[in-house]
Design a protein around this ligand. Sequence first.
Ligand code: SF4
Ligand code: SF4
Length: 339
Amino acid sequence: MQAYSLDRPERLRAHLALQRRLYEVRPDGQGGQHWQTVSSQDLHAFEPAAEPPPFSAKSFFFAERELLFRFEGGQFYSALPQVVPQVLFGLHACDLQAVAYQDQFFVNDPHYQARRQASLLVGIDCLHSCAGGFCSTVGSGPAVRQQTADLILLPRQSEDADWLLLVASEAGQAALQGLQLPQADDDWQAERVANEARVAAQQGAQEEIVAGIVQLNLDAIDSSTWEELGLRCLGCSGCTSVCPTCSCFAPLEQTSAQGGLQRERVWDSCLYQGFQQEASGHNPSATAGQRVQRFWAHKFGDAFKERFAAYGCVGCGRCDRVCPGAIGVHGVMHRLARP
Ligand code: SF4
Ligand code: SF4
């Protein structure tokens, strides 16, 4: 990868914001965080949060609710989104891995692809583990994987040192045009390896996650264990909403303003009782335990890993934080590790 020395990340941000709409996660002043638009004149310091925000970048590409097409006067009208070039600035490795996963899932989806093709992704390496994260166990981080980003920022350990900027794609290189940056010294690979080792040590061996994955793929979990976990699922969809790789949606057909028909799609959740229910009334996942089992088979099943070349779980730990039944990833894997 081409490597440059960058005195201030704000200089890169201002340069990218000149030609694109740039988004960055910032505190909202009320204890929360939001994706916010940042202009090229914005003087705020770039301060990446130590913890990933409660939301990922998922909704930038896979909209929570959107119009797919209209049918009026005997004709279909497509409703592709109007996109403007955009930059997501400061994404962590786990969330970038999730975007790469979704890229494959939605490879033939014109709505997703329209937004995705208009996007430049700027990642940032993590120097310390977030609470509850286990990216090093599932291979999604903490260093941003080259194939998941366009540009990668590496804060240096020493406070007075310049940042490192790595070019991960042709689009990333093209975006730097007009920005004069010196080449970086060649010592950054060792620094990234050391960062990976430090974060992996902070995250620990994650023995329950590893053992749970083995048990799940051996099909060693009996239905009573899944039902025991299912009793704690309220079907609130918190986990599927925050999970950066969840992609279930439902069609929603309505009469359009012009008297025709329009189809939208809305985020759905495989933890909802009626998610798989068929028109006959048959439900292949009628019990909460079956639904919980299905969810985790999608996250850690070998077949999904083979198909997507990565686990469906990127180790962000968000489901742990939102689940009212304490059956986020650590809660479930703790139980699966001891069938
Ligand atoms: S967050 Fe917990 S309770 Fe809510 S749907 Fe997911 S597993 Fe069920
Ligand atoms: S299953 Fe949980 S830990 Fe894994 S990617 Fe989804 S929200 Fe993150």
